[in-house]
Design a protein around this ligand. Sequence first.
Ligand SMILES: [Fe+2]
Length: 472
Amino acid sequence: MAKTNPALDPRGQGPDAPWHLIESRTPVFDEVTVLSDQLEVKGAIPPELNGRYIRNTANPQTGWTEHWFIGDGMLHGIELQNGKASWYRNRYVRTPQYANPGADRLELALDPETFTFDHSVSAANTHVVGHGGRILALEEGAFPYEVNAELDTVGPHTFDGVLTGSFTAHPKFCPDTGEMLAFGYAQVEPFLTYYRVDAGGKMVQKTPIGVTGPTMMHDMAATRDHTIFMDLPAIFDFELAMKGGMPIRWSDEYPARFGIMPREGADADMRWFDVKPGYCFHTLNAFDDGDETVVYGMRIPEIWRDSSAMALDAEVDPASKPRLHEWRFNRSTGAVSEGYLDDDSSEFPRIADAKQGYEFRYGYSLGVTGDGTGTSGMGGALFKYDLAKAGSKTVHQFPTGHEPGEPVFVPAAGATSEDDGYLMTYVWKPETDTSYLVILDASNIAADPIAEVHIPRRVVAGFHSSWIPDPR
Ligand SMILES: [Fe+2]
């Protein structure tokens, strides 16, 4: 049954509508299921791709949010089976926030008598991952939410009650052990807690980590033997929290540091390294190279000094846009070296999951081109970096105005090299306000797509995606 919202907040519409609620980011209000006879396929879907491609998005039910990051989570999935697209569906994640449209998050979550938070209050809007036989919709301020293979909500997931606080939207998955490494951050102590979940989904480690204060820690990194935390000067501001919106601001006083600890270690094993002040929403990968730990990520020199606006269009100073950056930490001497690897801006970096934590060659990302074809600044292109060639890149350029999202690498069956596989993302097509799933050859991303699955609807531009293959 379609659900519509008849009472949209006018602040989300018209010429003054904010950047995060227009064009490809315009919310959709009904939940639909589109079957294969209404999905137009161009090219040939590789028959070995059996599973679901799912993107999580912020999609405020009221049509309005103060900030891009806080809208109600909506999942957009497409199932591929034996060379055919079986269905597309979009579903809200059923959370207390969903059940109370437009309600104040703090009022929903905070018990004023005990000053404790209900971590089932979530937007569940940031990422969606598969682990331990479960599909989890993630948002960093709350518990994960389990959904089923048809995107219907099962409920909050607490790892049998071991998880009592927030859980990052960016866990790392060890290709050797199947472990999920994660963390949660909080506005009260302990500000940071490290989690390790075994391949079967059991939380086997929960370790408080000492940091300077409450920050927004969006991502982490992990090598085969080390876990890496980014303690950066985007700090929690209680006054901003009381006003609603994004309660984070830049600090010139807060130290910028990366912490490296053994994967199964404790706070006493942590070693901190000072870095240039800046922010990194997303790491690409990390690995150990002898005494050095190397981290790649998308760095910006500063975040949210005067406001938490997110526009990345041509008006924004190119030097302030996210760019691929390398940090090298010598665990023996304490020395740090760092620098950008590309002048062009990109975000939403991904790798072949089999290379997580290991020396690797290829990284994929979404070009932040600001090419004037839309206001998002995220239009146009996917990048493929070759780290063996000093970060040189190849580009897939989409037709003018088309907006891809985060590229997800899916290995070919029996893959024989790191980039033997596919690159998948949803692309928004402004001329029809519809979207399509594109499948590129990851070994030759500049080539024409292998296949496109056209959906007679807009798949809202959003955050992170996963390919969740059928169980084998
Ligand atoms: Fe993210």
